[in-house]
Design a protein around this ligand. Structure first.
Ligand code: SF4
Length: 339
């Protein structure tokens, strides 16, 4: 198995190293844990484990942790070094300190996930990220040169964001070629500055469907280039649902994005066939949920276009399909672009 997908044991360190707070963030809510001691948190995650694993340090800005504190943090893992094969962490691209890089290398950090919600500096400033797109490029080059393996974390549905910003994100992703990406839709949590903007009407989110389209554009761009997408959307255990006031939280956001991509690709393949009315799709059986869509949305969508879909789960390859109408047949791949 590729080591990108090694078993990762997450250790959440809410707001560790965050000297300023991004306007949408409240890690107490996102991680669902309180202010317990770090050692206790580490013990809880690793005690009794025998199998080798990687540890993920998530929930804060690890580059912002003072070097002495970072050393202390890694020393808390001493009892478990026998099973820890390496670390990965998420961070903003700043501050990029030589000392920090040295500590991370000495302690076996292999993957660094850099958060860059958008490459638009005006939006980054409005989000109070306290870094620019230029900082990201600089950090990416330096860290790659130091031998770290890199991932990027993007967001969709940000205040002031346009489709042009999403296209820029996709272009920069292709240029940088991270090993994998994560895509997070913006979620409005209570007791955040973003929530206040939302309450006063200064920020009105785009339509849910539009957020899906934006996530789909980045997702498709990544897959076309062979870049892994390890998750789309916040998972349920990262979220206290009661704290969500708006935005694009959906327990199946990732599946919604994938089935939107499937729908677009299928629509494109059907467009190559003559005639009208019913069409039969031959696909891998595990792709049937993507064809059908959440609450049968894709079937309803095609029905609204006068296309009655049926399917045959004898396809051999996930993400590929054939569509047949009468004597006509077209082949498609999930990542094919919409015409
Ligand atoms: S850097 Fe991450 S953890 Fe820190 S405030 Fe911003 S989003 Fe939250």
């Amino acid at each position: 198995m590729d080591e990108v997908f090694t078993m990762v044991i997450p250790v959440f360190l809410p707001h560790a190293g965050c000297t300023v707070r991004c306007i949408y963030c409240h890690q107490g809510y996102i991680t669902g844990i309180g202010e317990k001691g770090v050692q206790e948190r580490i013990d809880r995650a690793l005690r009794g484990r025998a199998e080798p694993c990687e540890v993920g340090l998530f929930g804060g800005n690890m580059f912002g942790v003072e070097p002495a504190d970072l050393e202390r943090l890694f020393s808390c893992f001493a009892p478990y070094r026998g099973i820890i094969q390496g670390f990965r962490l998420s961070t903003k691209p700043v501050p990029l300190r030589d000392e920090t890089i040295d500590i991370l290398k000495r302690n076996g950090v292999r993957f660094i996930e850099l958060g860059i919600p958008t490459f638009n500096d005006v939006i980054l400033a409005a989000l109070n990220r306290a870094h620019t797109a230029g900082d990201l490029f600089q950090a990416f080059d330096r860290l790659q040169g130091e031998g770290f393996r890199l991932a990027l974390q993007f967001m969709v549905g940000l205040p002031g964001e346009t489709m042009g910003d999403i296209e820029e994100t996709a272009e920069n992703m292709v240029r940088l070629r991270p090993e994998y990406i994560r895509i997070y839709p913006l979620v409005i949590l209570r007791n955040t500055p973003l929530y206040r903007l939302y309450e006063t009407g200064e920020f009105a989110p785009i339509a849910f469907d539009e957020a899906l389209e934006r996530a789909a554009l980045i997702y498709r761009g990544a897959r076309e280039e062979g870049i892994d997408v390890v998750n789309v959307g916040l998972t349920d255990n990262e979220m206290v649902r009661g704290m969500v006031a708006g935005g694009f939280y959906h327990p199946a956001f990732g599946s919604l994005v994938q089935s939107r991509i499937f729908r677009d690709a299928l629509g494109s393949a059907i467009g190559q066939l003559k005639g009208s009315g019913e069409a039969r799709v031959i696909l891998h059986r595990n792709d049937i949920p993507l064809l059908v869509g959440y609450r049968r949305e894709n079937l309803k969508y095609f029905a609204s276009l006068g296309i009655d879909l049926s399917w045959d789960p004898s396809g051999a390859e996930r993400g590929s399909f054939d569509v047949i109408r009468g004597r006509e047949r077209a082949r498609g791949k999930m990542i094919d672009r919409k015409e």
